[in-house]
Design a protein around this ligand. Structure first.
Ligand code: AQP
Length: 355
């Protein structure tokens, strides 16, 4: 039985300044995976217009995210870096997936409920269909692994559901065309064209929380800049934000279990563990019983040490717009070639004449 070639895909929206959550939950993992896998990393500009259509400077934001990828250590020659809208096959496959996915599946998505808020009727159709485009982003490359933060887990489950339904519905045709990989679907064996992609969500910072409220995710769109550490923040801003981070009056506990019901303390310990590449247990072993007046300066020093070089490199790369544009152009061409091979197969499987 053949199997799918391992391939990593992930994307980041150009909706604002990248923050520590994006960095620890996603981008740093992108960098690590380059050693073991072929990787495709995408600035998902089509996603950024689902919640808000008009942006002040979408091209500038797209270039800034690209610069952050490169500054963090993504190699655009060995791997592929591009912006989504350049490869029209993402949108083409998303349309097909709109016809595979069920409205009930989309209505259950918590991100849609959060972002649409109370005025659901007024949300764009694109916001509802967002997970279908995300499934297309991944499956147009038949990617097997997707590094993401915990908030994307539900969308990855939906991606698997879409792949499984497509494989089941077209199993016979996929087999006749000799395009499939034999896969188990319950008790049956089907000819699958799309892999059931695995999310890669691990480590101590899969959900970095707001510095102002430990129950809310750190987010680009939070109106308070004090809620997040931006990748572009300088050393003073990072130190100030950590100093002002909300905490409780108790010292850090001497056992990990003592972080329960202390979301702000738990968040800062998780951030320290992720930045120092250790575990929460080890952070508690080092700082258990210490006051935040000791822990916060240590965390600020560590954050500056790890993030300042990325910010400096981002500034250097951003100044060379021609280079950033050339990376996106080259990545787009290489991505298109793979995506078109998939779409050719998909058109054949469905019966859409294309020549
Ligand atoms: N707080 C977070 N902790 C860990 N990982 C996170 N990610 C986002 N926030 C956190 C991960 O970063 C990747 C890129 O995210 P995105 O740009 O696609 O959009 P998002 O998840 O909607 O991020 P934001 O910052 O919350 O943006 P806005 O405010 O525009 O909605 C993803 O892998 C995500 O899991």
């Amino acid at each position: 039985m053949s199997s799918f070639k391992p391939l990593v895909f992930s994307g980041v929206q150009p909706t604002g300044n990248l923050h520590l959550g994006n960095y620890l939950g996603a981008i740093r993992k992108f960098v690590a995976l380059q050693e073991s896998h072929d990787c495709i990393y995408c600035v998902v500009d089509l996603h950024s217009i689902t919640a808000q259509l008009v942006h002040d400077d979408l091209p500038g934001q797209t270039r800034a995210i690209t610069a952050a990828f490169l500054a963090s250590g993504i190699d655009p020659k060995k791997h592929i870096v591009f912006n989504q809208s350049r490869v029209s096959q993402h949108a083409e496959l998303a349309w097909i997936f709109n016809c595979v996915a069920r409205i009930g599946w989309m209505n259950r998505m918590t991100q849609f409920k959060d972002k649409a808020g109370k005025d659901r009727e007024n949300a764009s159709l694109g916001l509802l269909a967002y997970p279908s485009l995300m499934a297309a982003d991944i499956l147009v490359y038949r990617a097997t692994h997707v590094p993401v933060g915990d908030d994307q887990k539900q969308h990855l489950e939906l991606t698997r559901d879409i792949a499984a339904k497509f494989n089941n519905d077209f199993s016979q045709k996929i087999g006749e065309l000799g395009l499939g990989v034999e896969m188990q679907a319950g008790d049956e064996t089907v000819n699958g064209y799309f892999p059931l992609t695995e999310p890669l969500i691990d480590g101590p910072a899969t959900r970095v929380m707001s510095l102002r409220d430990g129950t809310k995710k750190m987010s680009k769109s939070d109106p308070s800049d004090l809620s997040r550490i931006n990748l572009t923040d300088d050393a003073d801003a990072i130190s100030k934000k950590i100093k002002k981070a909300k905490t409780d009056p108790e010292p850090l506990p001497s056992e990990l279990g003592g972080l329960k019901d202390r979301p702000e303390a738990e968040n800062l310990v998780g951030i320290y563990a992720a930045l120092s590449e250790t575990s929460r247990e080890q952070v508690i072993a080092e700082f258990g019983g210490r006051q935040f007046s000791v822990f916060k300066p240590a965390l600020a020093e560590l954050a500056v040490e790890k993030l300042a070089p990325v910010a400096a490199e981002m500034r250097r790369i951003s100044a060379d717009r021609a280079y950033v544009d050339a990376v996106l152009r080259d990545g787009g061409e290489r991505a298109s070639a793979i995506a078109e091979r998939t779409m050719k197969d998909v058109r054949d499987i469905i019966g859409l004449l294309d020549d």
